[in-house]
Design a protein around this ligand. Sequence first.
Ligand SMILES: C[S@@+](CC[C@H](N)C(=O)[O-])C[C@H]1O[C@@H](n2cnc3c(N)ncnc32)[C@H](O)[C@@H]1O
Length: 279
Amino acid sequence: MNDDRIRAVEAFYDFHPISLTQILQALEAKGIKQDKIKPCDLLPHDQDHYGGVAAVDRIIAHAALGSDDHVLDVCSGLGGPARYIAMQRGCRVTGLDLTASRVEGARKLSELTGLDHLVDFVHGNALAMPFAAGRFSALVSQEAFAHIPNKAKLVQSCAQQLRPGGRMVFTDILWRQKPTPEDEAALFQGMRFSEIASVDGYQRLFAAQGLRCIDVLDLSDAWTQILIERHAMYRSLKAQTIQNLGIDHFERYDRAYDHFVNLFSTRKLGGALMQFANG
Ligand SMILES: C[S@@+](CC[C@H](N)C(=O)[O-])C[C@H]1O[C@@H](n2cnc3c(N)ncnc32)[C@H](O)[C@@H]1O
């Protein structure tokens, strides 16, 4: 069951409207050639979470990231947050992502912007991370854990990567009200959200791993507004998405996003930043 869900998530991200191809096309349309891309040129395009680089700044501040850290970005996508953290703090960042095409995209964009000496990207599943225990001083993640079934295993897997004294800061989509089976099924069908947690659920799971909850920041209202704008942005990419992925794909995604945004507007879904410390 979980394996099918994991494979479905990977297939979903292989056909996501934000991709390496779409980013390179958008830069070319601005007159920026591949051999001239600067890190700052990517920032409006490579952050696949809510709130752009301001949201990464908030994570950097909560995790108190510094140049000595080795950060693991769990579910790193096209590597936008990893590159931004490396640029802002001069620290090493490793990204882990399930979707091979996203890992290749992250590596390519890092090479093109000359940041590949600070960031590296590993293909793998957050439920079975291919690293030695205690390798990282900080873990971060944004808008990805909702895709991952078996939160107890996910939290255990993350806790194992943290050194003593390490910090974990992530943002995630969370239920604010008990979901209906129909909403859960539609969120998996349309958006590949395999299991959405709640603030209380995460607090219990991290406590079971011996991590202390330091802060919880409710982002639900801000995200509702951002999602409405993001849906409009996806609609503005209609011609590009149809050209790259076809009309059926565009329409299916558009319907699913509409349902997702509606769950935020009716306060059934929300989001939060959660900060934990190991020791
Ligand atoms: C919305 S994107 C966020 C990417 C990145 N955090 C960012 O903010 O730009 C979610 C990412 O989670 C990855 N993902 C989903 N399930 C995963 C899993 N089980 N293990 C690792 N990565 C996963 C997807 O491949 C996708 O790249």
